[in-house]
Ligand binder design. Sequence first.
Ligand SMILES: [Zn+2]
Length: 439
Amino acid sequence: MRLASRFALHFAVAGAVAAQTPPPGTTVLRAARMLDVKTGTVVANATVVVTGSRIVAAGANVATPAGATVIDLGGAVLLPGLIDAHTHLLQNYEGRFGSDDPNMVLTVAALGTTRRALLGAAMGRQDLEAGITTVRDLGNSGLNGDVALRDAINSGWVVGPRIVAATRALAAAGGQFGGLAPEAQQLIANEYVVISGVEDARRAVRQAFYDGADVIKVIVNTGPRVVAVDELKVIVEEAHRVGKRVAAHATDDQATRIAADAGVNSIEHGYSLPDDVIKTMKDKGIFLVPTDYPAQFYVDALGGMVTPEQRTQRMAAAQPFVARSADRLRRALRAGVRIAYGSDEYYNAPGRSRGQSSLLTLQAYQEAGMSPLEVLRAATLNSADLLGMGDRIGAIEPGKFADIIAVDGDPLKNVQDLQRVRFVMKGGQIVRNDSAARK
Ligand SMILES: [Zn+2]
């Protein structure tokens, strides 16, 4: 029922925005503070001048051009739009249906690509309104539904974040499906491209680019089904030849080592990172995308259908996992591995929009010991570099896209305050402005 009502809402939204055109002229944003993510300094009495889709000036002593529209954001702090480098906008699993395995069957078999693309429009809008202006959407989008959504957003048909799309993830037999009966296994190809052998791997990469992929996603391990290092090296070679990147889902010692040896661009999750793998990551400039959450998240993910005893059990199970994740994040940081922000959120989180839920990952980073500035850099500069878009997004500076958010409170003390976003601009277009709504 939730899904049905969301579709209805977002059909209406798509109709309302179809006639939008880029804002003409110049807009000036003013706020008490602005974070320069590169230097780590806070600029007081900040002014940002935006013309069309780009920033033309930003700083403390910037003149307001005549005729510009001025938006005064008062005591808020201006930050670059956030960049979530690991999303699944075309999934919204329901805890009441169980965990990943039954949800994946339902999503692939019952929703299908076209409805999932519309679901993705809803999830994307929720991300954008929470301050996430760019996402790298890493598979689980049916038959290239992520490409359709990306192109629809770029065409102005729907409002959403910039999308770097992966098309179907490459994987060993079965993809990430739980056990499917033989007669149901044709479902797998609707979600994953199964590869076996180097030529198969090469063909899959070329097919992904034909399908519209900006980035290649590989599932290195799912239980005992593991992509071999020679297969992954060919995937990296094919992608890098044409200037594209490879994101590797890898969760254990063996898989993270295969991913690092093959020279992928990012290791996703990396729950287990032995020291030799961390060293290879540092040497090769491989990013870690830690898809972590505070322990409470794993308890809440069950929704309302839990007894107090179950909550206690769930928390007891979550805490050691969260502690191990925090430890591997600190070890990676100490070794100089670059961290990019990735939420990997794909469950309906009661009481929170997709974007609000995704921001909890940043809280987990701070709880693991990253400073708020390091966290904000992971979600801006580092993610922009991982996406190969560091020249266009990730900082508030002249020449970059005007992807700018305003946040109440002090996210430089506590990144939880990112939940208090009240203004969002993407490419010079105002997506959200709560202060205007209050007038
Ligand atoms: Zn994921």
